[in-house]
Design a protein around this ligand. Structure first.
Ligand SMILES: [Fe+2]
Ligand SMILES: [Fe+2]
Length: 475
């Protein structure tokens, strides 16, 4: 018996020496929405203690933490606190005897007026193509360290967000060095896409600073307030999310408001324009001065301009590319290519440059942050009865009254398609209604009447959307 125990112990010791925890995901970064903090996450394949150290150089002498797994799937995370805003930090994760390193820049001071960040979306399905886009984004912040801030991801991280293997083999694929490098050095801040399905694993791997119990959130970043919308929960007026969004827009004091959502309101074909964005989001953009809406869903780059608001489709992060329809309404430009966007806010101006996987510019624009023109409200016109002409009409041996009606607006222009309601009185009674023709005219015929008797037609109401009518009882 003793021999057995001794053998088992020996085997256990030997196995422990050989079976060492392997990293499965990360390390990767999430910005918790506070410029003195940064969250570092990773996942290993078995229970194992993690050791994290960080500092302002590669000696990692600024602080350290020992991590134990959380949840049920060997995940680790640690939020470093007490960072100096705008400062670059280096970190090292030790798992078993392997080391993984990365860096990040703490978010800027509140008072900073100049920031840079990146945007991409739809990273699903083809990790090789995703890797190419990541390589180019790494180039961007290597050449210009001011871009080492964060990336906004407009959803569809993986093909099937409810399938663990898709997260492992697509977004967190260990065979994609560019993507791994990018994730270790740039916080990825995104919104839910339709491909995230229930969103359970999206929340598992990306515990963003969500509104409690929700999948939408916002945070400040220097002069910008960045808002991430969940389009798979209602955002119609009156819904929780809409009310939160309005309150969020009313309370932020940041001059730049950026919205990130998955399905664009205006885009260039394939998936249609999202009418809920057009109806519910666009009016808020105009009212609260959101100048740029970042979306994905369609796997190409497109930019549409609607009443001074730029609607960007940045869906070329690795997913299978779609054709663009260059005749799409409000389209400024569109191109079928993998890409990402560099955003530079400099005081009152924003510069957005879109690049392909070779670093070539495929679109750029800049605009200022002046308040948009008031929305083109539907002008309320007044309806006017320009003329009523009454007469008899003989048909065989019978007589009818006829009311010939001409409706215009208050400026005298004919109004087509106005619904006119009225009543006959005098020698004939009854209600009548009809619609004006292309000349603004309408002919109403009374029930049968006797010759020589008088009759009256009174217009009781006229209806047409965008118009008002006030009956004049004297006429
Ligand atoms: Fe997509
Ligand atoms: Fe999508």
């Amino acid at each position: 018996m003793k021999k057995h125990i001794a053998l088992s112990l020996l085997l256990f010791v030997l196995l422990s020496l050989y079976i060492q925890a392997e990293i499965k995901k990360g390390p990767y970064l999430i910005y918790p929405g506070d410029n003195s903090r940064m969250t570092i996450l990773w996942q290993v394949d078995q229970t194992e203690t993690g050791y994290l150290a960080w500092g302002t150089d590669a000696n990692y002498s600024g602080g350290s933490a020992q991590t134990t797994e959380y949840g049920k799937d060997h995940q680790h995370k640690h939020t470093i606190t007490g960072l100096t805003p705008g400062t670059k930090y280096y970190y090292r994760v030790k798992i078993s005897n392997k080391k993984y390193t990365g860096s990040f820049r703490a978010a800027p001071q509140d008072s900073v007026k100049d920031i840079k960040f990146l945007v991409y979306g739809d990273t699903r399905t083809y990790p090789d193509d995703h890797n190419k886009v990541c390589n180019q984004m790494v180039n961007t912040y290597t050449n210009d360290p001011a871009y080492q801030t964060l990336v906004c991801l407009s959803g569809d991280y993986v093909g099937n967000g409810d399938d663990e293997s898709h997260w492992q083999d697509q977004y967190f694929d260990r065979n994609q060095p560019g993507a791994l490098e990018f994730q270790a050095n740039m916080p990825v801040m995104g919104c839910l896409g339709n491909h995230e399905r229930t969103g359970d694993l999206f929340k598992k791997y990306f515990p963003y600073p969500f509104v409690e119990g929700k999948r939408y959130y916002s945070f400040d970043y220097g002069p910008a307030h960045i808002i991430f919308i969940d389009q798979y929960e209602s955002y119609s007026p009156g819904s929780d999310q809409y009310n939160w969004l309005v309150k969020d827009l009313e309370t932020t004091t940041k001059p730049w408001k950026i919205l990130v959502l998955h399905e664009p309101g205006w885009t260039a074909g394939a998936h249609k324009n999202n009418t809920a964005v057009q109806e519910h989001i666009q009016p808020l953009c105009l009212k609260y001065g959101i100048k740029v809406v970042l979306a994905g869903h369609n796997h190409y780059y497109a930019r549409c301009e609607v009443d001074g608001i730029q609607h960007i489709t940045a869906g070329g992060g690795g997913a299978p590319l779609y054709n663009v329809d260059l005749n799409s309404p409000n389209l400024v430009t569109a191109i079928k290519d993998f890409h990402f966007c560099e955003v530079h806010i400099q005081g009152d101006r924003i510069y957005l440059t879109t690049k392909d996987t070779k670093g070539r510019v495929i679109d750029s624009f800049d605009m200022d942050n002046s308040l948009p023109a008031p929305p083109p409200s539907i002008a309320i016109q007044k309806l006017k009865v320009q003329r009523i002409f009454m007469r008899y009409k003989k048909s065989g041996s019978q007589y009818y009254g006829l009311a010939s009606i001409w409706i215009t607006d208050h400026k005298g222009a004919n109004v087509v398609g106005a619904e006119v309601f009225g009543t006959w009185s005098g020698s004939v009674t009854g209600d009548a209604q009809g619609t004006t023709d292309k000349h603004g005219r309408l002919l109403l015929k009374s029930p049968q009447i006797k010759k020589g008797k008088t009759f009256t037609f009174t217009i009781t109401d006229i209806k047409k959307p965008g118009y008002t009518y006030k009956p004049n009882p004297k006429k």
